[in-house]
Ligand binder design. Sequence first.
Ligand SMILES: [Zn+2]
Ligand SMILES: [Zn+2]
Length: 99
Amino acid sequence: MAGRTRGGTNSRCPACGHPLLTQWVGDVAAIQATVTLPPPGQHLPYPQAAAEQTPNDLVWCLPRLPHRALRLRWTSNRHPPDCPHQHLTTHKCPTQPLF
Ligand SMILES: [Zn+2]
Ligand SMILES: [Zn+2]
């Protein structure tokens, strides 16, 4: 599949204006994830995100590493609950009705 943007795209939701991070995640079977991009200092522990997880809404781990582009990472249910990174689920646009 050519044309995948690996570096990630920072943008804003055209509907609600939340900052978004959209990128392909995974090296073998990549899927495109769009999350609400939180402020760097926001504490978003894994158990909290996992509680909102559904089969169609995975939890992503977002390390904030100095001098590196933002890169979402897969989580599994063995993800360490005390992982210090930010944990995100798919952007749920408050301007769109949930279905
Ligand atoms: Zn994590
Ligand atoms: Zn939105």
